[in-house]
Design a protein around this ligand. Structure first.
Ligand code: FUB
Ligand code: ZN
Length: 614
């Protein structure tokens, strides 16, 4: 096996939307492409399709059980609606987890109709609607007498409203039912009546409502929701809140002037996603230079090899450049999902494959580790090393991560394909079927692949009639050698912004094959990352690997060196079906498993960055 050494800056050197961003036609002027919505994508592969089934069967049931029976999340609404005796129990932002579970259920219903699940969600929605105040206000914590509403910008009222809006749109898209959308609209209208130019100022302590209001604008066509979103973005950085640490809230600098990613990681991701969505919807490119600067900062100096971000638990976020400790890495699951949301928007706006490289890194590593193979246990924090004491849990007091996974997984079909006027963009390699319209012609696309275990991809294209379009195939940053063929004939393609572009008149049954070499790579971090000095990580394709004690009893003495040789084995029975890597050194063999699969067997130590002897 070839022994590669890549020098990556920070954790990495940059080589050179909403879950469905759903931009409407009037948004298109700034966009290079628009994602194909997951509702139009049927995932057929062996990697993701079983995960989605497990999500529908296990993850949703587990999360709803937590909200309905094991915690007070649904009861808080029942009490607020006067249908149950009691008081508010839990954390002030708990409503948001229920909304995210509804959003996840809605996405799941789109591709897996389930009348029993729908009926269950309908009854929860009736409680939510009954809890809403006559003026549209809706947060059970304050409705149930815990102080004065709109008195503290850090109390997540707008955050909860944002998640309500996202859930309501998802449920409306899935079922056509409007009850929750009406509730969300009434809450948004209440906010719109209370805050804005000539009304009250407000800086949402936890971003989220901005991107949600853009979605609401797209769903309802009401421009005032977009205006409210841009007004809220423009509130930031003018000292309107009295935080002791405005950097934590991304509130030190006006958003267009931001140069450095700071503070709470999830908040930052939602902010940047909201800025990108507002830029698109308002056709306002003035947000983009800041987004470019922030992207370079985080990717170049503050991201882990897993695509995780936020190195410190103290602020659930960022510290200084290259400060990327492994055992104490925070890397909240929500932050990795946030990277996926934001990077998709950046790709839509810039049309460059490098954003999908990061999206893919966060997807297969930082985000996917957030859920157990069984689908009912979750990581909140995703360290890159453990002494064996860090484990997934069934739920958390602050349950943002389980509910995030619940809403994210069923929407992964959003990230595979995109289209522009005369091009099909193939961003991720996930076996799937879709039909897209290109130049007025319906084109059925059938992708088959064993990715991420194998770099061979077969794409069959079936236009309803012969038609010209470009196929833009992302060549991943990790791929050093690729062979492309059309109908068995080698094709030379131009590479444009990381995409191989095949331009031709396509006919029924045309077959493109993409054959990407996927060797084991030994990765070195930027020397400025102190924690990784004298260490190496193993990556193959998009998958980052780790050592786990159960396979490597002597993990404390594990080390790689320049003479290590690697062999790969595909084992369909191990950890849900993986390729594991054996590393042969003079002192024995080390077994590496995909990072996302760790902590699914007996507890033990784990490490991604392994000592390396020159
Ligand atoms: O504050 C709401 C959520 O809880 C944040 O997004 C997470 O980081 C956690 O603090
Ligand atoms: Zn979270």
């Amino acid at each position: 096996m070839k022994f590669y050494q890549l020098l990556l800056s920070a954790a990495l050197t940059i080589s050179n939307a909403t879950f469905a961003a759903n931009p409407s036609d009037q948004d298109l002027s700034l966009l290079k492409n628009q994602p194909v919505n997951f509702a139009k994508v049927k995932i057929t592969d062996k990697f993701w399709a079983p995960r989605l089934q497990n999500h529908a069967k296990t993850t949703l049931a587990a999360g709803l059980d937590q909200c309905i029976h094991k915690t007070h999340r649904v009861d808080n609404f029942a009490v607020a609606a006067g249908k149950k005796e009691g008081k508010f129990e839990g954390i002030f932002y708990d409503d948001s987890d229920l909304y995210k579970m509804i959003e996840g259920a809605a996405y799941s219903l789109i591709n897996n109709p389930d009348p029993a699940l729908e009926a269950r969600i309908d009854s929860i929605i009736n409680l939510i609607a009954a809890a809403q105040m006559p003026d549209g206000y809706l947060m059970t914590y304050y409705i149930l007498g815990n102080g004065e509403r709109w008195s503290d910008m850090n109390m997540h009222e707008m955050y909860c409203c944002g998640h309500l809006i996202e859930a309501a749109i998802a449920y409306y898209d899935a079922t056509g039912k409007k009850t929750l959308l009406d509730v969300a609209t009434r809450f948004a209208d209440h906010i719109d009546r209370t805050f804005g130019p000539g009304k009250r100022d407000w800086v949402p302590g936890h971003e989220e409502i901005e991107l949600a209001l853009v979605k609401l604008y797209r769903t309802t066509g009401e421009k005032r929701y977009l205006d409210l979103a841009t007004w809220l973005l423009d509130q930031r950085g003018h000292g309107k809140a009295d935080w002791s640490n405005p950097n934590y809230y991304q509130d030190l600098t006006p958003v267009r002037d931001l140069t450095e990613i700071t503070g709470h990681a999830v908040r930052a991701m939602y902010l940047f996603t909201g800025m990108a969505d507002a830029a698109t919807a308002a056709q306002d490119s003035s947000y983009l230079p800041a987004l470019d600067r922030l992207w370079n900062d985080v990717i170049g100096t503050k991201m882990y090899i897993t695509g995780g971000i936020g190195s410190s638990g103290a602020n659930e976020g960022f510290t200084k450049p290259y400060d990327l400790p492994n055992e104490t890495a925070y890397c909240e699951t929500c932050a990795s999902v946030g990277m996926i949301l934001w990077n998709q928007r950046m790709n839509m706006l810039r049309g460059e494959a490098k954003y999908i490289d990061i999206l893919e890194r966060s997807l297969y590593n930082g985000a996917l580790a957030g859920v157990s193979l069984s689908g009912d246990r979750f990581f909140y924090v995703n360290p890159l090393a453990s002494n064996g004491s860090h484990h997934r849990q069934a739920w958390y007091g602050t349950a943002c991560c389980p509910s995030q996974i619940a809403r994210f997984l069923p929407s992964i079909g959003n990230y595979i394909y995109a289209t522009s006027n005369d091009a099909l963009w193939v961003n991720l390699f996930i076996g799937s079927l879709t039909t897209v319209e290109l130049n007025g012609t319906n084109v059925l696309v059938n992708m088959q692949t064993d990715y991420p275990w194998n770099g061979f991809v077969r794409l069959q294209v079936n236009p309803s009639k012969k038609t010209d379009f470009e196929m833009r195939i992302r060549i991943p940053g990790w791929c050093k050698n690729v062979k492309l063929k059309v109908n068995e004939n080698k094709v030379k393609t131009k590479i444009d912004n990381g995409y191989a572009v095949i331009s031709r008149k396509w006919a029924k049954g045309d077959i493109v094959t993409i054959d990407m070499d996927m060797p084991v790579e030994v990765v070195a971090a930027d020397p400025r990352v102190e924690a990784n000095q004298g260490r190496r990580a193993i990556q193959r394709g998009p998958i980052v690997y780790c050592l786990e004690q159960t396979d490597n009893p002597d993990i404390a003495n594990a080390a790689l060196n320049a003479n290590t040789s690697f062999s790969i084995t595909q084992d369909p029975r191990m950890l849900g079906g993986i390729v594991y890597i054996d590393a042969k050194t003079a002192s024995g063999t080390l077994r590496f498993i995909p990072y996302y699969t760790w902590d699914n067997r007996e507890p033990g130590a784990m490490e991604v960055w392994v000592p390396y002897k020159e």
